[in-house]
Design a protein around this ligand. Structure first.
Ligand SMILES: Cc1cc2nc3c(=O)[nH]c(=O)nc-3n(C[C@H](O)[C@H](O)[C@H](O)COP(=O)(O)O)c2cc1C
Length: 177
């Protein structure tokens, strides 16, 4: 089983999540490759795809949305798992999934969509981002919930191992198409 892990990131924290996800998959005896969405020419060489994006102004970043548009047919024929990284601060500040992530979930027939808290570092931000952060009272800090990310990835790894065991079973939903 070869898994593509791809995430759109403006300031690196979602890209780091993708790297950790890939290393957990590798530790679970799966082959995993990390690439930015714009660098993926085709998903045909992968048995499953994990796609993530940072959330800005309530939206996924354009490279993640464009990735889905480019590969929509091939994504529909393999297991896809989605994550957003965005909400900042304590759990009460968590927001629902961005509408476009829900649309991606529907388009790709994704098996899951998770929202993980993100990270905001003042020195990384452009002036306009800093002004938005101040105006909308975004809290600075690293709120990424590594245990939740690790648990989610291990669950995916378990699922993919099961999928490869039943590879000859015509009843299975993914991978045989
Ligand atoms: C200008 C700005 C706007 C943001 N808007 C949102 C938002 O609408 N919803 C959200 O959940 N997070 C929002 N965030 C938080 C980012 O998604 C979070 O910092 C994320 O971890 C950044 O990921 P990256 O480092 O991969 O770019 C915003 C951050 C900035 C700086």
């Amino acid at each position: 089983m070869k898994v593509l892990v791809t995430a759109a990131s403006r300031h690196g924290s979602t890209a780091e999540i993708a790297t950790i996800i890939a290393s957990v998959l590798q530790a679970s005896d799966l082959e995993a490759e990390v690439l930015p969405p714009e660098a993926v020419a085709s998903v045909l060489g992968y048995d499953a795809v994990i796609l993530g994006s940072a959330v800005y102004a309530g939206q996924w970043l354009e490279p993640a949305r464009a990735f889905v548009t480019r590969h929509v047919d091939d994504l529909a024929t393999r297991p896809v798992f989605l994550f957003s990284s965005g909400p900042l601060g304590c759990p009460s500040r968590r927001t629902a999934e961005p509408a476009d992530a829900i649309a991606v979930e529907t388009t790709t027939g994704a098996m899951d969509l998770q929202v993980f808290p993100g990270r905001l570092v003042g020195r990384d931000l452009s002036l306009s981002e800093r002004l938005t952060a101040t105006r909308t009272h975004l809290p600075y800090g690293d709120f990424r919930a590594w245990d939740d990310i690790l648990d989610w990835t291990r669950e995916i790894a378990r699922y993919l191992h099961q999928e490869s065991v039943v590879a000859g079973d015509p009843q299975r939903t993914h991978g045989a198409r």
